[in-house]
Design a protein around this ligand. Sequence first.
Ligand code: ADP
Ligand code: ZN
Length: 756
Amino acid sequence: MVYFAHEGGKRVYCQVIIDIVHENVASPFTYRIPDGMILEKGQRVSVPFGRMQKEGIVLSLTENCTIDESRIRNVIRPLEDYAAVPPELMDLAEQMAEEIHCPLSETLRLMLPAQMRGERVHVKTVRTARLAVSTVKGAEAAANEKRSKKRAELLRILADGKEHPVHELADTVANPLDALKKLVSDGLIILTEEETLRTPGGAFSQPENPGFTLTSGQQEALDEIIPCLNGKGGKFLLHGVTGSGKTEVFMAAVRHTLALGRSAIILVPEIALTPQMVSWFRNRFGPVAAVIHSRLSPGERFDEWRRIRRGDARVVIGARSAVFSPARSLGLIVVDEEHESTYLSDHHPRYDARKVAQARCEKENATLILASATPSILSFARARRGDYMLLEMPRRVMDRPLPEVEIIDMRAELENGNRTVLSGTLRKAMKDCISRGEQIMLLMNRRGYNSFISCRTCGYVVKCPNCDISMTYHMASNDGLLRCHYCGQTIRPPDVCPECKGRYIRYFGAGTQKVEEEVQKLLPGIPTVRMDHDTTSGKDGHGKILEEFRSGRARILIGTQMIAKGLDFPRVTLVGVIAADMTLNLPDYRSRERTFQLLTQVAGRAGRGNQPGRVIIQTYKPDDPVIGFAASQDYRSFFEDEFRRRKRGLYPPFTLLVRFLAESANESKAADTVSMLEQKTREMLEKHPGWNRKVLLISNDTPSVKVLRGKKRRHLLLKMLVSPEADEMIAAMTEMAREEYQGTDIWFEVNPTTMM
Ligand code: ADP
Ligand code: ZN
């Protein structure tokens, strides 16, 4: 609603949420809207605050106010002439603040591009020149007059009467600006500056996609989805095996959404997957597709945001934060690879992009599609309960077979004297694959060269001085240093053991660099690319590596879990998993789920084209049922097994796992704080009859990572039965965690992403 302050001489006030930039001011402040100023909810404004000027967001407008009129100050000015946060997103921010128990200012800042959060808003402009004289003849005459060569040349170019960007003129005439200015003062031309948008391209190209005749699986899924797109809304879990053609279902759903004049948001779990998705959508839908992710320059992000806000871009593709993009009349949100933990934010405020997507869809009568070949246990359980409609695509497109999977027992390899990371079977398969002219993907879920360094004599393990984590050796191509993957600390590898002065320092375990080295020994001269955190840090780093591989210039792709999901390379016929146990051994109730997902997803990268695929999984635990379920790509059996295990052990979704984590430079302070929190929790439970039975205190001790970034850590773990009271308990605990605890930082989390 727009208020006109001067209408009927009424005074109009607004409530403004201030300081979305720095500290949190929880409650809004009231300001007067001066005569003639027009404001609406969600607009950014500049207001006086003490002796300062602050930016704020208009939360509401009123005609009367209860505060002493003389104490109210005027809004200084609006920062834009439109609401930076549209009404739907204002509502969403309010709902989220309530649900995750955090100040509104914090959820509101999620809705704004970085450029509107305190940094200067920089609008990129281009300068163009065009003729001021009315006729082309006049220009020619002027050009023939006595002038400098430069000016005459410029006039000749401009004689076509069109607008020419100055940077293009500079291609023919060196440093044209002074000459152009002279022509302006002669009244011959006009220089203007116009706003332009930066549209990020990306180095990734995709062959023109003709659009397919849909498979029966795709058609059946769409038959359910399409009737919901016209404002009816619906919630779907699309469970389709790898290679069943889920992307094609999204694209068809998007096409219908656009035809209805609405817009769509496609969420992908990692930046690595945006270039591929963007090029698919750009090829189909052209520039209505926008891309938003954290690797864009702030300027690019801001411009894409504005294209979306204006309604020029109506398909938004991005990682989790794209769920907040101001899409005009939202019709559809797709969450691709919905099982990925990257949908949980790791910064404050911690939100779950899947939940936010669902809340947005419910508010805006849009349709939600969660999609995966390996849905999260939580989502699949919800679908079974009827919260989502389950759509299944159990077959690959063109009836391509699922790849054949072999499990290799690495203990036997070791017994037979093979000390390398590649088993005999994998070596032979790699040679065959390359000689057939096909491509290989190798998964190694740890970056660096060696995973830890230890003294053979006394067992000392080199750990990060700031964290309780073993250091990883990185090859000379980087700097030959040991590196901590948690805090980035580097140290020179020791020659003698700092504990026993022994000289038998050994390097154990392998990382992607080690795999790369062995592959180069096995297949010398075969071009190989490596994709991990170290090689993808630059702008568009992902895109460039994937393009090397997609184009066929590189024949082998080695990488961490980044390569496991979503990528579609038809010439890959062999996938090797170097060490399947790596995730299985993590101290987390989700490690089985993660391992199943990772193995099934990476196996699914093989045989997506016309040649059938082969997968080789190397493991030290060949008999573990999770490895077996993944090898047979049997989601249902895995789900039933895991669901039963969770029920028995009282894990989510049967309970909520709650953790208070205390970090302090001083160990006893961290321990005291956690004990204090335990005491308060017990008191809270006593006070409410019946609550005691719903909560289980599991532990008050040190987590498996005892020190991180120099801070000592303690945690309190609780399990809470899912019940109507749970939300009240969580609210109370959130309050507890917000209190001051001398010299200690508190993290309060419900179902935390990591338990370490
Ligand atoms: P998923 O995401 O389910 O693993 P994709 O959406 O990546 O699978 O599709 C797998 C491959 O099948 C892609 O190369 C895609 O272009 C192709 N494809 C999708 N639908 C069809 C179809 N109806 N007919 C033929 N090929 C298809
Ligand atoms: Zn560290």
